[in-house]
Structure formats: structure tokens, C-alpha cells
Ligand binder design. Sequence first.
Ligand code: ADP
Ligand code: MG
Length: 534
Amino acid sequence: MAFQLEGIKYIGFRNEQAACYAAQAIGYITRKPAVCLTVSGPGLLHVIGGMSNAQSNCWPVIVIGGSSDQAQERLGAFQECFQVESSRLHCKMSARPPNLSSIPRFVADAVKLSTYGRPGAVYLDFPGDLLNATVSEEDTDWIPSIPEPPSTMASPCQVAKAVKLILAAEKPLFIIGKGAAYAKAEDPIRNIVNQTNIPFLPTPMGKGVVSDLHRCCVGPARSLALQKADVVVLFGARLNWMLHFGRLPRFNPDVKVIQIDISPEEFHSSLPTAVALHGDLRTVSKQLEEELVKTGHVFKDSSLWWMSLKEKVCQNREVNQRSAEDTEEPLNYYAVFHCIQETLPKNCMIISEGANTMDIGRTVFMNELPRHRLDAGTFGTMGVGFGYAIAAALWCRDNSPRKRVVCIEGDSAFGFSAMEVETMSRYKLPVIIIVVNNNGIYAGLDHGLFHDLADGSDPAITLPPTSLTPGCRYEKMAEMYGGKGYVCKSIKELHSAVENALKETSKPTIINVFISPVAQRKAQDFDWLTRAKM
Ligand code: ADP
Ligand code: MG
């Protein structure tokens, strides 16, 4: 209430973890850290999952935890827990202000550390005795105001080296990551792509920095592009598992990597970096843009590289299209996603989590705008969806009231934070939740087989670990708060449910789409998480 009196918005979540996911999504979308406030002990421990997720994604967030009175330390106080120590591994700074007068300085430090350099999580601990103490204003420490992070430039000779390498490349490729989205580097990167006609691949959350519909997007030929590229420019993307460590068999062993990053520790990580461009992505991209434009370099459509990529893009689009046209029931993923994509406005913010749901959805949902896709991210976290969706919907309400937030969830992913639908309804957020329900994790069982197995002597022994209740009526949760829920088994039902959900303006809608329990991805050249040769 004290915060609200100051005009600070307060959103009360059902679980601290979801609150932390929401706060970091605000940080990602706006570059200003939001605060996750939590109680002591279990509350703080729940938030550690959130801090770890923010650290992995390089997103700013500030966590403030209450903790037991210092005088009761080691006496078994209520919810006593080593909170500063517990948090330390999962954030950039973890500290307890030693007294009241130092709090402003610690808060300023928290703002600075969460946003300067590589963004991340910060934890501040406030024991009960500190919270209940008073201090006169004259006795408080200096209150610094923290300016925006410095927008550092890369060394001009490194930029020149990068340009030379790009000009000499036979098979150049740009990879655009969520660091570019966070840095709001879309203008210079779009100009670079437009000018050079060099193919680009977005990472899952790098989608939309340059539109997925841009002629140079080779998302549908991802494997080929990675495998054959001779020069790769990383715009805010790391060569971690998501990019197969930049190594064989997914990358060409002779690939030369030009990397732009705010964090110099990131260079030479999995491979030697050919050209390290250390600095802020927006600023460095502008430098690169300027130098590339001067050369007038245009990578030719008639090159072998472009021709082979285009052929692959066409082939893969056709395969997806054929699956999308197969609307036989029970439905497959592609048919469902194609219908949703066609029914939704193009500027939606899309949140997605789940295994197949997220992976297949990423290839079907087209993002034309940056920071409009949020998913399980670098840490591969399930349960982030509703926290992210609440953050996105709050942002939309303040900045773009007609824009809609759509959560596309696997039935398993839905379960992690499902009670946050009540939070959405309390704050009147018209999020559209679509549960892609295949009765399980990766794949489930149909009704008959499930009951044959579950009715055995002990379901804990007989049920496959990946199965969830077939035909579970998740949409009925909407009845809890007087909202609408829909069950869909056909494309016609799905289309009309999404249209109705778009008319709802103050409550979340839940659409439960039953798909085939054995629906799969199209055949892949590589298994998921194919191991690099270490
Ligand atoms: P993705 O998952 O999209 O590949 P990653 O999270 O792996 O993206 O990489 C993002 C990179 O962007 C991180 O290495 C991070 O240090 C970097 N980064 C974040 N903000 C900035 C910025 N403002 N300028 C430059 N690099 C940034
Ligand atoms: Mg599932």
C-alpha cells in the first residue's frame, strides 16, 4: 500500500516464481528493471528459479526479500534462511544493507548492476528489524540517480576488420539474438540486412528484430544455413546449446565468427572469435551499418549460397504447408498453429512454452516486431508463460492498448503456473490462453489406452511418466473468474474460439485444443540437442 501511495504499480501473484518471471519480462521489454517483492524463506527460495532464469537470459530484475530479524539469527526464527548466500549463485549482486541510511545507495547499486554491462538479477535482503526501524531524512546516505547504461562503441579497427571479413565471405550469415532485441538495435540491424542482402537467422527470442517475413530470413533453412556458413555475425547471441556451441556437426568447422556483445567474457567461449566487437549492440550495429553502407556491398541473389538457401526454404515451407492443410481430426500441430496464425492480428505479443508446442510454434508464428516473442529461453524454463504474459499485457495496456497477448501453452507447461489465470482476471488482463492439449509431455495417450493402463493395479507403476489426464478440461478454469473457456476439436471450432477471444477485453480466455496425442514434429535432420563433438 505504501508503494501504491507513491504511484508504484503493485501486482499480487499467486506464487513468487511467477512474480519474478513477470518482473524480468518487464525488464526485457522496457530495459528498466521491475521489482519482485517476496517474503522470507520459502518465498525467496521460490524466486531463485526466477533469478536463475533472468541470469541465463541476461535480463534485468531486482528482487527484494524480507527476512527474519537479525537478533533472531541462528535461533530458528520464522522462515529463517540464508537468503543472501542462497541468492548469490543466481544473481550479479546479493546484499543486505547494513543500516537504514545506506538503503538508497544499495537500491541505486541494484539498479546499476541489474542494467549495466550484461544485464541480470540482483537481490536485496531486508531483515524485519530494518523494515521496522526509522531514520530521519538528513541521516540517509547520498541518493545517487543512475543514468541509462553507457552506450559503448567497438574499436573502429575491429569494425573495419569485421567489414573486410563480411565482404570476403562466400556464405555469410547473420544470427540475430535476444541481446539485439534487448538493446533495441532493430533500426541499424534492419538497415544492415536491407543494404547487404545477407541471409539472417533469428534465435527464438531474436525473432522480429528483423521481420520473419523479410526476404533475407532463412529460418526455414536453419540447419543448412548453420552448417554451411563460412562467416557468421552474432548480433547478441551466444554460442551455447541453443546454437549448438558453434561446433560440428551443426556448424562448419572452419566458420569465422564475428561477435557483437556487451560482455567481453563471452568472446572466445566455444570457438575462437575471429573479430570481437565489444560494446552496446545498438551503437556497434550503427558503426557496422555506417561502414558497410560506405562499401555499397550487396550480396547477390544469384550467388550459389542464396540459391541453395532459397531452395531449402521453399522445400521446408512446402512440408509445413502440407501438414497445415491436413485438418483431419484429431488435429496435428501445424494445422492448429496455422489456423491461429491466420486468425490473430499480426502485431500480437506471443508467449509460448512447452516442448513440441514451443518448437513447432516457433516455425509457424511469424513475428514482425521485436520483443514480441517470449518463451522458455536460454534456461529452458517451463512455467514462465503466465508471468511473462501478465508483464506483456500490462505493458500493452500502458503502451499499445489494442495489441493482444497470446499464450500458446503445451498442456504440461500450462500446469506450472495455471493459478495465475486468477491474477490475470483480477487485473483485468484479456490474455488469450491457448492450451495445445496432447494429453501429455511430448506425447500422451488416448482415452482408451490411458484407462487400460491407469486401471491396472497401481497407476504409479503402470502409467507412462509422460502422460497427463486425456481430455483434461483446462478451459473450465475460466469459470472460476466468470471468464469464457472453449474446447476445440476442429479447425472450425478453433477459428471461432480465437475470434471470440479477440472480442473479450477485460478477462483472460482459455481455449483448450485437443490434438492427436501422438502428433509430432516433421522429420528433422538432427535430433533435438544433438551433441557437439566436445
Ligand atoms: P539468444 O538466446 O537469442 O541466442 P543469448 O541470450 O544467448 O541470445 O545472447 C544474448 C547476448 O546479448 C548475451 O551474450 C549478452 O551479453 C548480450 N547483450 C545483452 N544486452 C546487450 C547490449 N545492450 N549490447 C550488446 N550485447 C548485449
Ligand atoms: Mg503436451
